[in-house]
Design a protein around this ligand. Structure first.
Ligand code: XBP
Ligand code: MG
Length: 240
C-alpha cells in the first residue's frame, strides 16, 4: 500500500540547479571579488558532488588560484555558501523559478487522496523554504508530513540517510513509500533505503543512466502522466 510520496527538491520539483543555485554561486563569487564563473556546461560536472558547501570545496581543491591550505579553503567555502543561499532566496522570491510540469497536480492528488507528502533533499533548509514558499505559498509546510534537509541528514546523497530519516519520521515502511528523483545519486539514495523510485529527467541528467528506477520520464506530464494510479501499479509490480 502506498502511504507516502517522498520528493527530492532540486531538479525534481524545479530546474533549480541550472537556473537558481548555479546563478547564485556565480553572484556570490562576483560579490567576493573572485573571477570564477560556473557556466551551464561546467556545472554539469560540478553536480557530481552533492551539497553546495562540498561542491565549492571540491572546486577549490583543484583551482590553482584558491587558498593552498585546507583550513583557508574551508573558511572560504563557509563564507561563500551562506551568501550563495541568500542570493538564491532572492532570485526565487523574485519569481525566477517555476515548478516543473505536473508537480503541483501530483501533490494535490496526494493531498486529496490521503497519501502523505514528504521531502528528502541534500539541500539546505533555507533553500527549501525559499522555493516552496514561492511555489506553494507561505503555509507550504502544512502540505508535508516531514521535510528532511541537509541539516537533518548531513550524509549527502547517494547516502540513504535522508530517505531513512524521512521513513522514520513518517512511520512508514520502505515498501509503503515511493520516491521521486532527477539524478543518479538521488536514485541510488532512495534505492539504498529500499524505496521504489521514479525519475523525471532534469536538464543536467537528460542523458544519464537510471538503472533500478521504477520508471523514467521527461517530466510528470510526459505520456502517460504520472498520477497515483501509475505509482501504485509500479509499487504493486515491485518495479524499481
Ligand atoms: C541537491 C544538491 C544541493 C544543491 C544546492 O541534490 O546537491 O547541493 O545543488 O543546495 P539533490 P545547497 O537534488 O540530490 O538533493 O547549496 O543548499 O547544498
Ligand atoms: Mg535532485
Amino acid at each position: 500500500m502506498l502511504r507516502a510520496l517522498i520528493w527530492d527538491v532540486d531538479g525534481t520539483v524545479a530546474e533549480t540547479e541550472r537556473d537558481g543555485h548555479r546563478v547564485a554561486f556565480n553572484r556570490a563569487f562576483e560579490e567576493a571579488g573572485l573571477s570564477w564563473h560556473w557556466d551551464v556546461a561546467a556545472y554539469a560536472e560540478l553536480l557530481e558532488v552533492t551539497g553546495g558547501h562540498e561542491r565549492i570545496l571540491a572546486y577549490l581543491q583543484r583551482r590553482g588560484d584558491a587558498p593552498a591550505g585546507e583550513a583557508e579553503r574551508e573558511a572560504l567555502a563557509r563564507r561563500l555558501h551562506p551568501r550563495k543561499n541568500a542570493l538564491y532566496a532572492e532570485l526565487v522570491a523574485q519569481g525566477g523559478i517555476t515548478a516543473r510540469p505536473g508537480v503541483r497536480r501530483l501533490m494535490e492528488e496526494c493531498r486529496a487522496k490521503g497519501v502523505a507528502l514528504a521531502v528528502a533533499t541534500t539541500t539546505s533548509r533555507v533553500n527549501v523554504d525559499a522555493l516552496f514558499a514561492s511555489l506553494l505559498g507561505g503555509d507550504w509546510q502544512s502540505w508535508f508530513a516531514t521535510v528532511v534537509c541537509a541539516e537533518d541528514a548531513p550524509a549527502k546523497k547517494p547516502d540513504p540517510q535522508a530517505y531513512r530519516l524521512a521513513l522514520q519520521r513518517l512511520g512508514v515502511l520502505p515498501q509503503e513509500a515511493f520516491a521521486l528523483e532527477d539524478s543518479p545519486n538521488g536514485l541510488k539514495a532512495a534505492r539504498a533505503a529500499g524505496i521504489a523510485c521514479g525519475v523525471t529527467r532534469s536538464a543536467y541528467f537528460a542523458a544519464a543512466r537510471f538503472d533500478g528506477a521504477a520508471w523514467v520520464r521527461d517530466d510528470l506530464e510526459a505520456s502517460p502522466p504520472v498520477g497515483l494510479a501509475l505509482i501504485r501499479s509500479a509499487l504493486t509490480r515491485g518495479d524499481g
